[in-house]
Write a protein that binds this ligand. Structure first.
Ligand code: PEP
Ligand code: MN
Length: 336
């Protein structure tokens, strides 16, 4: 249970109510809310809340700060780097491209050049890969940090990178412009809290078996722990379908936009696991209202160290961008 202070409550009234709440096993989250430790609260105690001038309201839903009830208007997230500027949540639809994982300096610089030549402003720059099997390529790790540093200093691409734990988060915070929390970490609540306090915008990917309520509750962790710039990413869910790696949940895009004020982007690569499906799905995502597309692009997908089967080649990227622009226009938006 979440108890909110009344808007513009006086500090001394807040203090009085806060000490009452603490006595009843509530602890503060941010400056405007207290959360119950989960112990039962009697009807009589609830009645007593109303005696306090600072009492606002009780929220019993699993998510609130990411909801349209809390904020009706879309959250706009502006990210700027050198001459690059993108806005998530507005009319334009930013495109994030790049390999599943950085593999070498040469490969990373070529990938960056490919994106730049296609007018893409955001790049996947992953070093630490959360892989299902320990036998799969785990990313360059710390050895690749100099590559991330070079990309950050020598290009104006906005870099997205993912930590698997709070140690890697600290390392990435220096060079990444957006921190990604992957599907396997959506419910790692300690990592969510740590990521929120780093101060960078966050792409939060939906857990592969998570409901939308659980997804938005995870977003609430980020918002409550101080990060307002949260971008939700639909990336496919686990179903009985075996023709795809995951099942793209296209309906989740408009549904999330109904439920939440946060921008919603779509990842057709991990959603399908299949290069041939990626363009159609990207277009479907845009038509369904996605506020961004993230797709894996590799110079030679058949030689990729990870996820080559779902990566587009350098040549396929401009073709997709051209078609994406047409669909975006049909829904009164544009690709950036
Ligand atoms: C990724 O985007 O690099 C990734 C691993 O995706 P997901 O967490 O959706 O599997
Ligand atoms: Mn991948």
């Amino acid at each position: 249970m979440l108890v909110l202070f009344k808007k513009n409550a006086l500090p001394e009234d807040k203090e009085k109510f806060a000490s009452f709440l603490k006595e009843h096993c509530f602890s503060p989250i941010g400056t405007e809310a207290y959360v119950s430790c989960g112990a039962g609260i009697s009807e009589a105690t609830l009645q007593e809340f109303t005696d306090f001038a600072a009492f606002g309201r009780i929220i019993d839903d699993s998510f609130y700060f990411s909801s349209r009830t809390f904020q009706e208007k879309n959250t706009l997230i502006t990210i700027e780097k050198k001459k690059n500027r993108v806005i998530f949540g507005g009319e334009s639809i930013p495109f994030i491209g790049g390999p599943c994982s950085l593999e070498s300096e040469e490969m990373a610089l070529k990938a960056a050049e490919n994106l730049r030549s296609c007018g893409v402003k955001l790049m996947r720059a992953m070093l630490f890969k959360p892989r299902t099997s320990p036998h799969s390529f785990q990313g360059l790790g710390l050895e690749g940090l100099s590559i991330l540093k070079r990309l950050s200093q020598e290009t104006s691409l906005i870099l997205v990178s993912e930590p698997r734990d709070s140690e890697e988060l600290e390392i990435l915070a220096e060079y990444a412009d957006i921190i990604q929390i992957g599907t396997r970490n959506m419910s790692n609540f300690q990592l969510l809290k740590a990521a929120a306090s780093i101060g960078k915008p966050i792409i939060l990917k939906r857990g592969m078996s998570s409901t939308l309520e659980e997804f938005l509750a995870a977003a609430d962790y980020l918002l409550l722990w101080g990060q307002r710039n949260v971008i939700l990413c639909e990336r496919g869910i686990r179903t009985f379908n075996s023709y795809v790696r995951f099942t793209p949940d296209i309906a989740a895009i408009p549904e999330l936009k109904e439920l939440s004020h946060l921008p919603v982007i779509f990842d057709p690569s991990h959603a399908s696991g299949k290069t041939s499906l990626v363009p159609s799905l990207a277009l479907a995502g845009i038509a369904a209202g996605a506020d961004g597309i993230m797709a894996e692009i590799h110079e030679a997908p058949d030689k990729a160290l990870s996820d080559g089967k779902q990566s587009l080649s350098f040549e396929e990227l401009p073709k997709l961008l051209e078609r994406a622009a047409l669909v975006a226009k049909a829904v009164s938006r544009s690709i950036e």
